[in-house]
Design a protein around this ligand. Structure first.
Ligand SMILES: [Zn+2]
Length: 284
């Protein structure tokens, strides 16, 4: 699933291609993607100019004139790309916006879990998913980050994935940042001290910054607005590397199920708190 760096990369790539372009028409081939009512969607977006493209959490948001916002959630396999109008359509194309100038903005989604909603500013603000999004990890300060997690019940991996605590983090960047911070994914939020949380804060921002520089991670389906793959998957330290050796200590990487998701981690670099205590006792 595209996370913060992937959606941000799409937004940055899309902005120069679509900003100031008018949407001449909207074709909806699979109405569930636009929330069910294809005619209402078309009526809301047709004829409006695109004013800008931004990201909030994992949402891609196109601001249209007249206070209409296209909120796009790519979920598992969604893609947003720009193509010449006469190009042959992929069979997974579900929404197609005909832009002035001869190009189409295409929403394509093999598994159809994605959404492309046309909302007024008020509807967007009242949309619970949007309204409850937590702060942006690249925008908050270290103290705010510590306050987000300190003393909180639940496993740290699950807390990082909670979009209401922090917006934009998914499995890839949670696993990578926990590895870099040397924190076990199943550690409880309560067990982590201020120092560990500050380390996690810097690790998460480092990982996100590097992934942004690489244009995101193309583990499965993700491509940017120009259809190009990202490069950060080449630099994964743990994600998708179960059974391979740790880049730091050469030990074999393992997985653990936390908050319903598989987490890959290094049992040596990221010992659980119990392990750490018992090996310390053994040493004594
Ligand atoms: Zn290791």
């Amino acid at each position: 699933m595209p996370e913060l760096p992937e959606v941000e990369t799409i937004a940055r790539g899309l902005a120069p291609l679509v900003t100031e372009k008018r949407i001449e028409d909207a074709l909806v081939l699979y109405p569930a993607i636009v929330g069910g009512d294809a005619a209402a969607f078309r009526q809301k977006v047709k004829g409006r100019r695109i004013l800008g493209v931004r990201r909030r959490g994992k949402l891609l948001i196109l601001g249209l004139e007249g206070d209409v916002h296209l909120a796009i959630h790519l979920r598992m396999t969604g893609r947003v790309t720009v193509h010449p109008h006469d190009e042959e359509r992929d069979k997974h194309t579900h929404v197609l916006l005909v832009l002035e100038g001869g190009e189409d903005l295409v929403f394509n989604d093999q598994r159809k879990f994605g959404r492309c909603l046309a909302l007024t500013g008020q509807e967007l603000a009242l949309w619970p998913f949007y309204a409850r999004l937590g702060p942006e990890p690249l925008e908050i300060g270290p103290e705010e980050f510590v306050q987000c997690f300190q003393g909180r019940g639940g496993r740290i991996k699950g807390l990082l994935l909670d979009q209401e605590l922090l917006a934009g983090i998914g499995n890839i960047y949670a696993d990578e940042s926990l590895f870099r911070a040397r924190i076990h994914p199943a550690a409880s939020g309560r067990s982590l001290g201020r120092g560990e949380l500050l380390t996690l804060y810097s690790s998460l921002r480092e990982v996100l910054g590097e992934a942004l520089q690489e244009g995101g991670s193309s583990f499965r389906d993700y491509v940017n607005a120009l259809g190009r793959r990202g490069g950060f998957q080449e630099r994964f330290a743990v994600y998708s590397r179960k059974g391979l050796s740790c880049t730091c200590c050469r030990c074999r990487l393992e997985t653990v199920r936390v908050a319903g998701r598989t987490s890959t981690y290094c049992p040596v670099c990221q010992p659980s708190k119990q392990q750490a205590v018992s090996s310390k006792q053994q040493a004594e």
